[in-house]
Design a protein around this ligand. Sequence first.
Ligand code: SF4
Length: 346
Amino acid sequence: MADKKKDIRALTKEQLREFFVAQGDKAFRGNQVYEWLWGKGAHSFEDMTNVSKATREMLENHFVINHIKVDTMQRSSDGTVKNAVQLHDGLVVESVLIPTKSRTTACVSSQVGCSLDCRFCATARLKRMRNLNPDEIYDQVVAIDNESRLYHDRPLSNIVFMGMGEPLMNYNNVLKAIDKITDDEGLGMSPRRITVSTSGVPKMIRKMADDEVKFKLAVSLHSAIDEVRTSIMPFNATFPLADLRSALEYWYSKTKSRITYEYVVWKGINDKRKDVDALVQFCKFAPSKVNLIEYNPIDDGEFQQANSEAIDMYVKVLEANNITVTIRRSRGKDIDAACGQLANKS
Ligand code: SF4
């Protein structure tokens, strides 16, 4: 019987208002309940103290509130926090809090596992089980915001969709979650502090541009040479670089928003001058930023971080071509919370 009840947080505010009218109550009651669900993060109908007992019982008979549960929480020596989050059906995803001097960033998951097959990524080894619902994404952010306040005395400042899964393969739910995160009745965060990081799904990048989204876009590029990229990100054979580039040009023409590229330099894979030259050619059509990310081996040593000379070469050539470049040191390595390491090991 309990399974038949609908998750109340799948309803929009308007649908909640209509539900109450259909029950012979006032539409306003929908606003009140919505505020409890999203603004106050109520975990049960019992918590809704300004709603009558009869109404709470009626809600209980129709709906459930499927809150996530932080199953285990690990803290790294560098302040990074990793949550293993249990969903209502028992599946688990991970999310990470990354504190630096100037910001605290939540790295959240959008799918359980991933259907893509990037060879350097631990999540790719987990089968994609399902997409996360908007409320499951939202709850990860709330949990990390609470931990940020508790352990670092400040609220969350940024969010990146860079945890488990390809966010653009769960676009509608990611969009709905971001609506709640940015809504004044939700967390009220600025969309400019949210980055959706994709491995590059051209059709969906065009859709984001058409939808005039206000959040930022990052692309996990890792190589601007088709042959190399396909060897490490096999789906590149389906979405080759020319298609990705054309979608990004479209994105820029519509949004005028700078594009960030996530890029790991691996020994013997993309650490030569021709690799950085191809990167410059690929991204110079629009203002770009390249984040050179330190790699975290996931086990067998097939992928190894390139040496510092190769990184220096990237920095020098990119800067000479007026492309902003930053080197991202990895955080939370000791708890497998670093980039590409999320694999439900805890
Ligand atoms: S890097 Fe991202 S898109 Fe690629 S397999 Fe891992 S989670 Fe999926």
